[in-house]
Design a protein around this ligand. Structure first.
Ligand SMILES: Cc1cc2nc3c(=O)[nH]c(=O)nc-3n(C[C@H](O)[C@H](O)[C@H](O)COP(=O)(O)OP(=O)(O)OC[C@H]3O[C@@H](n4cnc5c(N)ncnc54)[C@H](O)[C@@H]3O)c2cc1C
Length: 387
């Protein structure tokens, strides 16, 4: 019954399997806002981090490369010399992730990984400056970083896209250029104020949260003062209450949310990752369509009304399926390579055609409706990226 609402529900990392993100990153806010009529923007821009552990996708922080760690292939070559001769291992995340994936794809990887080599830094330095990574490598990969290199690979890490907002966190356009939802605000990873373009630089999430969270809060408070108390009919809750009742009452041995979730995650990681192309993404779209059709049939064992994690998982899966569909749609729509969105069938950035945002609107029973918004260029003109 609020006059204004701020979505601050974080990212959607669990749409992918594996991901560096926490289990709570299920894109709920994006899906709820999207279903209510707010557009999602730049959903195709999904960041892969270059150094994640095989298996669960645990993040190995950039600090390792910042302190001088090397990336090696199976031949012991520092392969970044070929891809980014100046910046080497410290080139941007998308560039390093793609380089690693090429090494792996061309047979110079080791069991689907390349190696993060910290040996030359020495044990005292590692324990002092990189203590957390040193401990994580030992605990989760049984690797002593002072003695042997750590197998790592690119892994899903961050969503640059999200609920379209202006710089005050508003999910509607006061100029009327795009349609949205008056009274709704968003901030943090769930929002897309378009700070990061197609590729966030490390540590810049602080801007999403600290700067634009504050701005959204201030604007929402001011806006609320101008509004009368809302009247909300009891019927507003009916559809959601009905959905929960239906899931709880469904008997039988239908599929489990976890089964569909794993299928969705591995599909996204296979076809919507570092490299993408039309045929693969169309396969992903078909699988997603199938998963969405199966979602209404899932059953949960726990029928309780209190702290029902099975029910939460079922609802979250519904949100994630919407987010996954939006990512695929955005990626199929953008026929170029830009930032984290790299298409092997459209290798180059095409500013003439694609210097614009992809906006997706939810539709009742079809694919998202696509619209475009121009990119506002102020001081810095787009340039060729060289590392
Ligand atoms: C391993 C890792 C390391 C990172 N390191 C850095 C870094 O060094 N620097 C940097 O800038 N960024 C980093 N990031 C990115 C950054 O952490 C995130 O972008 C940022 O935390 C997002 O903040 P947020 O407030 O938007 O969302 P979150 O911090 O995810 O908070 C969202 C909150 O909403 C809650 N929520 C979700 N759904 C619902 C719901 N349906 N109902 C109620 N509550 C809900 C969640 O439980 C959670 O408490 C890292 C990310 C990861 C995964």
């Amino acid at each position: 019954r609020a006059k204004t609402v701020i979505m601050a529900t974080g990212g959607l990392g669990r749409v992918y399997e594996p991901s560096t993100n926490a289990l709570i990153c299920t894109g709920d806010g994006m899906a709820v806002a999207y279903r209510a009529g707010a557009p999602l923007m730049d959903m195709e821009m999904v960041q892969y981090h270059p150094t994640t552990l095989k298996g669960k996708g645990l993040l190995i922080t950039e600090a390792a490369r910042g302190e001088g760690a090397y990336l090696l292939n199976s031949k012991g070559e520092r392969f970044m010399e070929r891809y980014a001769p100046t910046m080497l291992e410290l080139a941007s995340r998308d560039v390093v992730s793609r380089a690693e994936q090429i090494e792996i794809n061309e047979g110079r990887g080791i069991k689907g990984c390349v190696l993060l080599d910290c040996r030359h830094l020495g044990r005292p330095f590692l324990q002092d400056r990189l203590g957390q990574i040193y401990a994580e490598a030992k605990t989760f990969a049984n690797v002593d970083l002072a003695e042997e290199p750590l197998p790592i690979r690119p892994g899903m890490h961050y969503q640059m896209g999200g609920i379209k907002t202006d710089t005050e966190g508003r999910c509607w356009d006061v100029q009327g250029q795009w349609k949205g939802l008056p009274g709704l605000f968003a901030a943090g990873e769930t929002a897309c104020v378009s700070l990061h373009g197609g590729n966030r630089l490390g540590a810049n999430s602080l801007l999403d949260t600290v700067v634009f969270g504050r701005r959204a809060g201030q604007c929402a408070a001011e806006y609320a003062k101008t509004l009368p108390p809302p009247t909300i009919p009891e019927s507003a809750m009916e559809a959601d209450q009905q959905l929960v009742a239906t899931i709880l009452s469904r008997e039988g041995s239908g599929e489990r949310a976890a089964t569909l979730r794993l299928e969705m995650g591995t599909t996204m990681n296979r076809y919507l990752s570092v490299f993408r192309e039309q045929e693969g993404m169309e396969t992903a779209a078909l699988r997603l369509h199938d998963l969405k059709a199966r979602w209404p049939g899932i059953t949960i064992q726990d029928k309780g009304q209190v702290f029902n994690t099975g029910l939460v998982a079922a609802l979250e899966l519904g949100f994630m399926l919407d987010c996954a569909e939006a990512i695929i749609m955005g990626a199929l729509t953008r026929e170029e390579s830009r930032g984290a969105h790299f298409r092997t069938d459209f290798l180059n950035r095409d500013d003439e055609q694609w210097l614009k945002h992809v906006l997706l609107y939810h539709t009742a029973d079809g694919p998202p409706r696509v619209e475009y918004l121009p990119v506002t260029i102020t001081q810095w003109q787009p340039q060729v990226r060289v590392y």
